[in-house]
Design a binder for this molecule. Structure first.
Ligand SMILES: Nc1nc2c(ncn2[C@@H]2O[C@H](COP(=O)(O)OP(=O)(O)OP(=O)(O)O)[C@@H](O)[C@H]2O)c(=O)[nH]1
Ligand SMILES: [Mg+2]
Length: 583
């Protein structure tokens, strides 16, 4: 006896037998069902007072029988090609009557069924009789003017159930899906992504979403939709809840997106659950940032740091995730190629089996220690020269590298450092010699940009790079004063500096991109900075693009360096006096 799935508890053997006999039914290929099968289903559903579902493949064979509604009916593991439908449709009987339910329709959509049909059951002479048959099928992706993801056909009496040409409908739809896919192939080399930022009432939720879009763009995604989802309380499994995920899946279908990017870090189980519910590729903010770092990593140290951060992030996600492991391995590749969320620096190590991850982690840590030691040597050398050092810090994309170029007249290769409208363009600290009137030669160091909620794996991996900031005599904090949310970015950078223990270092602020904003905004920012950090920290409007404000910036830096040198002198003086007292 073939196995009847679903809730069969309490059924009599004869009832089970009749249900199992459904497996022997055959219908004409390309039809929804046959009048005989409809009668059969209606009688059985009436008899057991539960919904009965059969799954029928394109050759007209019954491939599964379940005592369950459409949503709970067990479907075979779907091996959907992107461009086709599931290859079977579901026919089921509603003992309580009624047309297609919301659950029926969302199952149709989420499982990409060829069609979904419900037979209303009517009682007559103490028996179940098939009433109207309701059928729905999917609409082509991106259909304009279509209200829903499906089209519900006018109901027909059960004796006309075999009149609808499902076969023709399915081929037309698949042809349309394939055509859309061909156009997509021809026009896109970027992954199309939908962004979701959860808003739990943070004041900067909007900015976070905008920033997520910038991150996605930098990682090479084409953002086709982004939305802020307000949730005071998060659902443990899916964060936003099943209904919202369904809505997003539908949107992805119509916008032809394959990637769903979340603005917060997802736990390993969450990512898996959301992936299972939507069938989309899921990437979180941390993964996105790691990805960008992987793309931009140049030089031994940055590559080691990025790989270390990636492995630390991956490790808990690989445990007990067989399916994901193979996908990570499959998608990985060179830094330039590969899909978003799977890129590794240089030769990717993400294929590593779990056993070897720990080995690789300790190897990387050791290597980084060595690099850090060599760097320490270099630092000592430099401090002996007693050339003042200015560290350029600030939020990513603030214009740090551009300003360094402008400052050191390094607009021509090969002295020019890379400046780009991409987040985290700079990962490796780069030093240049500059000259400041009244001070003489100074060293300016450009470094990796900051971002709010910097993933902790990255902070740890880049610790030594970040610590080098502390070697400076003066910090030059570059702020993009032209983009919205300058204040939150300023605060985010200060918070990170504070975490690193550099909050007390003498600082000069450059209100950069002054060319792209108005004087009122600049004055307002200056006022705000004065209120938060006091007049010890001057702020100068600059434009690294137009060389505006560079003279004033030099003067402010000269003042700050002078002050540091005077303080050092005074400190040394004090030490000497103390020593003299003791003699
Ligand atoms: N309008 C305007 N754009 C600027 C200015 N300075 C820099 N930019 C632009 O801002 C973008 C980022 O510049 P970068 O110098 O790469 O910024 P960064 O702070 O080094 O960024 P990361 O290294 O990614 O952290 C580039 O597209 C620059 O052309 C400016 O004064 N005005
Ligand atoms: Mg830079």
């Amino acid at each position: 006896m073939d196995k009847v799935l679903g809730n069969t508890s309490g059924l009599r053997p004869a009832q089970l037998k009749s249900l199992s006999n459904l497996y022997r039914r055959r219908i004409e290929p390309g039809r929804v069902g046959s009048p005989e099968l409809a009668r059969n289903l209606a009688e059985l559903a009436f008899d057991i007072r539960r919904e009965v579902s059969v799954l029928i493949d394109r050759r007209g064979r019954v491939i599964s029988v379940s005592v369950a509604d459409a949503k709970a009916a067990e479907l075979p593991e779907l091996r959907m090609g992107e461009n086709r439908l599931a290859g079977f449709h579901l026919l089921h009987a509603h003992p309580k009557g009624g047309g297609l339910s919301k659950g029926d329709l969302s199952t149709l959509f989420l499982k990409r069924l060829d069609a979904m049909s419900a037979i209303e059951v009517r009682a007559a002479n103490g028996e179940g009789q098939p009433g109207l048959v309701h059928t729905a099928h999917l609409t082509p992706p991106g259909t304009v003017g279509e209200e829903e993801d499906w089209r519900i056909l006018p109901p027909v009496p059960s004796f006309q159930i075999d009149e609808f040409d499902l076969g023709a409908q399915v081929s037309a739809l698949e042809e349309e899906i394939a055509r859309a896919a061909r156009t997509r192939q021809a026009t896109k080399d970027r992954e199309r992504a939908i962004l979701v930022q959860i808003d739990q009432g943070e004041f900067d939720a909007d900015e976070r979403l905008t920033e997520l879009a910038e991150l996605a763009r930098t990682a090479g995604a084409d953002v086709v939709h982004k939305e802020l989802v307000f949730r005071r309380n998060l659902k443990p499994g899916t964060l936003v809840g099943a209904g919202k995920l369904e809505e997003l899946t539908s949107r992805a279908y119509h916008l032809d997106a394959e990637l769903l990017i979340f603005g917060q870090e997802l736990g390993p189980a969450q990512a898996r659950e959301i992936e299972a519910a939507t069938g989309l590729k899921i990437v979180d903010r941390t993964q996105l940032i790691l990805d960008i770092f992987a793309l931009h990593a140049q030089g031994v140290e940055s590559r080691l740091q990025v790989e270390l951060a990636q492995l630390r992030y991956m490790k808990p996600r690989l445990l007990g995730a067989g399916a994901q492991l193979s996908r990570i391995g499959g998608g990985g590749g060179s830094a330039a190629g590969g899909a978003i969320g799977t890129r590794g620096p240089g030769e990717t190590k993400l294929e590593l089996d779990r056993r070897r991850i720990n080995d690789r982690l300790s190897f990387l840590e050791k290597q980084l220690e060595n690099v850090a030691m060599r760097r320490e040597e270099r630092r000592k050398q430099r401090s002996r020269n007693e050339v003042p050092v200015v560290s350029i810090v600030g939020y990513t994309n603030a214009g740090k590298s551009t300003l360094l170029n402008a400052f050191t007249h390094a607009t021509d290769e090969p002295r020019r450092v890379l400046a780009e409208n991409k987040l985290f363009a700079t990962l490796r600290p780069t030093s240049r010699q500059g000259f400041i009137e009244g001070i003489g030669p100074v060293v300016l160091t450009d470094t990796v940009g900051f971002i709010r909620d910097l993933p902790k794996d990255l902070t740890r991996a880049f610790r030594s790079t970040l610590e080098e900031i502390g070697d400076a005599d003066v910090l030059l904090h570059v702020l993009d004063a032209a983009s919205p949310g300058a204040d939150t970015r300023f605060d985010a950078v200060n918070r990170i500096l504070e975490d690193l223990g550099f909050r007390d270092m003498p600082t000069v602020v450059a209100l950069n991109k002054a060319d792209a904003t108005d004087e009122d905004t600049l004055r307002r920012e200056q006022g705000r900075i004065l209120d938060t950090v006091g007049e010890e920290t001057p702020s100068i409007p600059t434009s690294a693009l137009n060389n505006r404000g560079l003279t004033e910036l030099r003067e402010a830096l000269a003042d700050a360096i002078n002050r540091v040198q005077r303080e050092e002198l005074a400190a040394r003086e004090e030490v000497r006096e103390r020593a003299a007292e003791w003699q």
